[in-house]
Design a protein around this ligand. Structure first.
Ligand code: GDP
Ligand code: IMO
Ligand code: MG
Length: 433
């Protein structure tokens, strides 16, 4: 089965963009299946740095077809900005395909995102403010506008006329005003439809045909397992299924089409926004990880909360996603620490807990149970040269850390990443596709 899935094991920002780009060298298609412009994937290629939000990471390789699946929510203004930025780098974006079934993030979704956060008072989720929750809510409530609607003026006008008054009343109940000009909205959306007509298609047919033809297809996750609407730290989550299960509904492929799942796992833990984080460090070590790891959001610029690696989280992710291996990233950020801790279980009200709890109150009370490992010193010379020499060239302490994680999660660390660049990667997988 020539498909690979790249999925985040933690609360996002694990380095999915880097790993997807690295693996996309051999890919024919890179397919996103959920999320929207809340994502921020940074990819470094030589001296160039790309910050992608909606566009699949394959878009920077001109020979790759980059699919935005039906499971995404598309902010048209955002997509336009991103395509413009891409073109400025000399890339055409011609490989882009947009699902006609993907939902559209409407301007009022952003306003409602802010108004809903405000209404939560001190219990805000800390969303990215990109209208993601309100857009997915409307999709489920059958009040969404879909990308295919942008090609059908009569349908679009009719949908907006039905939906807009309800949205106006809802916004009013939250003390917000939408001031919707339905005609202007219709005209704007139709202009996007016209501009992108050549990209809009039934992407389920496209992807299934490609798989049947033996093409190499990658599924790229956004966010991470702990932000999954069902299995994350609810209600401090995003509004889509970030796990591998989301691929089927978010692309329109059967479960049998999902091949090897690779779980991108940061060597420590970060999270943006509110919500429980058992292994969080609010001390100097946390600050050190934040500074050295450059832990500031690609989308909102917010500082990411930092902490030790939480193996309760990673085991949860391995099980839920069926991860065949993990891609362990940012190990270099741990260089030069004397000791490194890993959270192996939680203490919840005096009881040792090994599986990730569903109850947010239990999580808020949970205390980390740590094991301590020796640190290691950084290497001399360039990281790319080190990687050329392979796994055995890594510092002994780092290899022990990797082995500890492999034992605890039960899966191999198939890919090791010790820097931002493509060549700062060690691929230990026996079978590549
Ligand atoms: P994503 O959302 O999972 O794609 O991750 P982000 O792109 O938001 O954040 C990961 C950041 O870490 C990016 O700036 C990457 O360039 C960077 N990065 C990825 N892998 C490594 C690594 O192994 N070492 C270091 N130092 N940085 C990395
Ligand atoms: P990538 O793909 C990290 C977080 C937000 C907030 C919660 C809900 O770069 O890993 P939303 O706007 O989705 O309704 O916000 O989810 N969040 C992310 N955190 N990385 C992301 O994406 C995220 N996308 C959403 O900070 O806590
Ligand atoms: Mg990110």
């Amino acid at each position: 089965m020539p498909t690979l899935a790249v999925i985040g094991s933690q609360w996002g920002d694990e380095g999915k963009g880097k790993i997807t780009d690295y693996l996309a060298e051999d890919a024919d298609l890179v397919v996103r299946y959920q999320g929207g412009a809340n994502a921020g994937h940074t990819i470094k290629v030589g001296e160039e740095v790309f910050a992608l939000h909606l566009l699949p990471s394959g878009i920077i390789r001109e020979n790759v077809i980059s699919v935005v699946g039906n499971g995404l929510v598309i902010d048209c203004d955002e997509l336009e900005v991103e395509l413009e930025a891409l073109r400025k780098t000399g890339r055409s974006g011609k490989g882009l395909r947009l699902s006609d079934r993907a939902n559209v993030v409407m301007p009022y979704h952003r306003i409602l995102d802010g108004a809903e956060e405000k209404a939560r008072g001190s219990k805000t989720v800390g969303t990215t403010g990109r209208g993601i929750g309100p857009c997915y809510s409307d999709k489920i409530a059958r009040a969404g506008i879909r990308i295919g609607d942008l090609l059908d003026e009569e349908l679009l006008r009719d949908r907006i006329a039905t939906i807009a008054p309800v949205k106006e009343r809802f916004a009013e109940s939250l003390g917000a005003e939408l001031g919707l000009d339905q005609e202007a909205l219709v005209a704007k959306l139709l202009s996007f439809g016209k501009k992108w007509e050549q990209y809009i298609t039934d992407t389920s047919v496209l992807v299934n045909d490609a798989i049947k033809a033996g093409k190499k297809v990658m599924f790229e996750g956004a966010q991470g397992t702990m932000l999954d609407i069902d299995y994350g730290t609810y209600p401090y989550v995003t509004s889509s299924n970030c796990t591998s299960a989301g691929i089927c509904t978010g692309v329109g492929v059967p479960p049998s089409a999902v091949g090897e799942v690779i779980g991108v796992t940061k060597a420590y833990t970060t999270r943006v926004g509110a919500g429980p984080f058992v292994s969080e460090l609010t001390d100097e070590v946390g600050k050190h990880l934040q500074t050295k790891g450059g832990e500031f959001g690609t989308t909102t610029g917010r500082a990411r909360r930092c902490g030790w690696l939480d193996l309760v989280v990673v085991r949860h992710a391995v099980r839920l996603n069926g991860m065949a291996c993990i891609a362990l990233t940012k190990l270099d950020v741990l260089n030069d620490l004397d000791t490194i801790k890993v959270c192996v279980a939680y203490d919840v009200d005096g009881k040792r807990v090994e599986n990730f709890p569903s109850n947010v109150r239990h999580l808020e009370r949970a205390k980390p149970i740590y094991e301590e490992l020796d640190g290691w010193k950084s290497w001399e010379g360039s990281t790319a040269e080190l990687c050329k020499r392979g796994y055995e060239a890594l510092p002994q302490g780092m290899r022990s850390y990797i082995q500890y994680i492999e034992r605890s999660t039960g899966v191999p660390a198939g890919i090791i990443s010790v820097g931002k660049g493509r060549d700062e990667t060690i691929d230990r997988r026996h079978k590549k596709w």
